[in-house]
Design a protein around this ligand. Structure first.
Ligand code: ASP
Length: 329
């Protein structure tokens, strides 16, 4: 993919967003918005971020809630059974199970997540319910599934034949080697700022293809795959989750912005930290997106090819992030 590639889709987004957000959790008062913020701005990882951004923008216009927007935005990608890295169409683990991880965080840092979940179409909606209906942040596996059922989420037991066939082919080779190249990790992370200066973020994935059963990556972990602090900004990550967790990647990016580092530079410094700590690293992609509380934004990845969707009142745009290295073909 050409580094300079830019696709611009004008979709008639100019217009004012609905006013009045009903603030849901805890207090009667709305959280303090960021003075001088110039939203709406929505960023999402990879090409599928465009569909997620379009939906998020519609929801923001309709409900005025940036939290609704980031949840419903990524839910579109979860529903797409042709997507091999998000939702139930995702690639399975070593044992043939498609296991899903997701999290969400709001302007004030309230957070919810689920990990190692199998039988639900929308892990992101369950993550939001964990945030809003429990005193906890993260539920996993069987316990998360039981809690979801008890809380009105409907199970969906499906298998995608092509996915199972590809896994069977892979499983014929006795050697355990999860695939970590650029083809098979494409989590969707979405971070957003509304016109009143409120922020939220979401992240959802089927994780690394052919991982060990039980493996959880960065995506459902607050501070790793996603971090939102309305005072400073928001960040999300994609790529090899273990590398992101080890440096608390999204938290690192937001904290750098808090100290005055510009968004793209904050992403670059997080990538450089990964590269410094792993001098022999080859073939692992990691990409970060950053959105500052005033609407400034940026991205950076280890390798070329990390695309992201950017939505503003100007329209929806697909960009490729600046990078540290080029894939050797
Ligand atoms: N970060 C995800 C994980 O490690 C993979 C991805 O971005 O696709 O599970």
């Amino acid at each position: 993919m050409d580094h300079e590639r830019r696709r611009f889709l004008r979709l008639g987004l100019v217009g004012t967003l609905a006013a009045a957000i009903p603030w849901k959790k805890g207090s009667a008062a709305a959280p303090m918005a960021t003075p001088g913020a110039s939203g709406p701005v929505i960023l999402s990882t990879w090409d599928h971020g465009l569909a997620a951004n379009q939906k998020a923008w519609e929801v923001l216009e309709k409900t005025g809630s940036v939290l609704d927007a980031v949840v419903e935005g990524v839910a579109v990608v979860e529903s797409d059974l042709s997507n091999r890295s998000v939702g139930q169409g995702g690639s399975p683990d070593r044992d043939g199970h498609v296991t899903l991880d997701a999290c969400v965080q709001d302007h004030e840092g309230h957070a919810g997540g689920v990990a190692f979940l199998e039988h639900f179409e929308h892990p992101i909606q369950i993550a939001r319910a964990v945030m809003e209906r429990t005193p906890h942040v993260l539920l996993v596996g069987e316990g998360a599934e039981r809690w979801a059922r008890e809380n009105g989420f409907k199970e969906r037991r499906i298998q995608v034949p092509e996915v199972q066939a590809a896994w069977k082919e892979w499983a014929k080779k006795a050697e355990y080697k999860p695939i970590v190249n650029r083809e098979n990790h494409d989590t969707i992370g979405q971070i957003a700022l509304d016109s009143k200066g409120l922020m939220a973020g979401s992240c959802t994935t089927s994780g690394m293809a052919y991982k060990v059963h039980g493996r959880v990556g960065d995506s459902p972990i607050i501070g790793a795959g996603l971090f939102v602090d309305g005072e400073a900004g928001a960040a999300c990550a994609t790529g090899t989750g273990e590398l992101v967790i080890r440096i608390a990647g999204s938290h690192t990016v937001v904290e750098l912005m808090r100290q005055g580092v510009a968004p793209e530079e904050a992403c670059r410094q997080a990538v450089e930290r990964i590269l410094r700590r792993n001098p022999d690293l080859k073939g692992h992609q990691v990409g970060f997106l950053a959105l500052r509380a005033d609407g400034a934004h940026g991205a950076f990845s280890i390798y070329n090819g990390f695309t992201y969707a950017l939505s503003t009142t100007e329209g929806h745009l697909l960009r490729e992030a600046p990078f540290a290295r080029r894939w050797e073909e």
